[in-house]
Structures are given as structure tokens and as C-alpha cells.
Write a protein that binds this ligand. Structure first.
Ligand code: FES
Ligand code: FES
Length: 161
């Protein structure tokens, strides 16, 4: 049996103390030990973006980071961003523009899109595509997702074109 390691972190603003196997990745830890299943798992090798999370303010692949590496970190999942209202307008735009179908990619897509909008108030459609290029969607063809992110950027900027 593999020895476990103690970790201490915050998840969506709440202090968490846990023991984890050193080989468990962060996405599995969040899903299996904390029940935060909004973080999805697709490829498990850093390609699809379904497991996108925010760690200490930067987006990361939850499948490429070990849970033990999150010791001392501030981790935010889609549940946290949703419950705080931070991405309420983005979520509404996704609904309004039909930017999701099965929804499997959506948590990662929302976190990646919010990351862009925090860096750039009015990104071009090309910049939106570029920033979301690490997040795969098998359903929508991406057009509606770009529309939703663009609409959110405009609304946040007071409707400027
Ligand atoms: S599950 Fe992490 S990038 Fe695909
Ligand atoms: S909505 Fe199905 S994978 Fe994106």
C-alpha cells in the first residue's frame, strides 16, 4: 500500500486538510475526495481542457498537477466561481447562445474564458479562439462559445462595440 501525504489547502475559499496518495492528481482528488464533480476528466493527459481549474489565480490542468503539489495553494473550481457569482453573466451567455450541448467541456471552458476576460476586457474573436484552443468541445463547433464570450466581454465593458 502506498503511504499517503498530508496536504493543507483552500478550495473555493474553504480550508481543507486531507491525506492523499502521492500519485493522485488534483482533479481526481477534488472529484473523489471532496465531491466536487464539476471538474471533468476527459483525456487525462493535458490535451482536452475538461479538467481546467484555477490555482493561485492561474489556470491549470487538474489532470497534470498532483494533489500533493497543491499543498498550500488556493484552488478554485467551477463550483466556487459559480457559487460566488463571478461567472454568472458568462454562464447566462452560454445558455442564451446555446454554447453548450452535452456540457462536458463547459466547466473548463467557462474557467478558461473567465481567465481571458480577466486579462483582456475586449478580446477579438481570434484572441478568444486562441485562448480557448486548449479546451476541446465535441458538440458545438465553437462558434456559439466564441459568441457567448464575446457577448460577455461587451456587456462587461458597458456595451462598447
Ligand atoms: S482531462 Fe485534463 S486535459 Fe483532458
Ligand atoms: S458541449 Fe459537449 S463537449 Fe462541449
Amino acid at each position: 500500500m502506498t503511504a499517503t501525504a498530508a496536504i493543507s489547502l483552500t478550495v473555493n475559499g474553504e480550508a481543507v486538510e486531507a491525506r492523499v496518495s502521492p500519485r493522485v492528481h488534483l482533479a481526481d482528488f477534488l472529484r473523489d475526495q471532496l465531491g466536487l464533480t464539476g471538474t471533468h476528466i476527459g483525456c487525462e493527459h493535458g490535451v482536452c481542457g475538461a479538467c481546467t481549474l484555477r490555482v493561485d489565480g492561474a489556470i491549470v490542468r487538474g489532470c497534470l498537477m498532483l494533489a500533493v503539489q497543491a499543498d498550500g495553494a488556493a484552488v478554485e473550481t467551477v463550483e466556487g466561481l459559480s457559487d460566488s457569482g463571478e461567472i454568472a453573466d458568462l454562464q447566462a451567455a452560454f445558455r442564451d447562445r446555446n454554447a453548450l450541448q452535452c456540457g462536458y467541456c463547459t466547466p473548463g471552458m467557462l474557467i478558461a474564458a473567465q481567465d481571458l476576460l480577466l486579462q483582456e476586457a475586449l478580446p477579438s474573436r481570434d484572441a478568444i479562439r486562441e485562448h480557448l484552443s486548449g479546451n476541446y468541445c465535441r458538440c458545438t463547433g465553437y462558434q456559439a462559445i466564441v459568441d457567448a464570450v464575446e457577448a460577455t466581454a461587451r456587456a462587461r465593458s458597458g456595451g462598447r462595440p
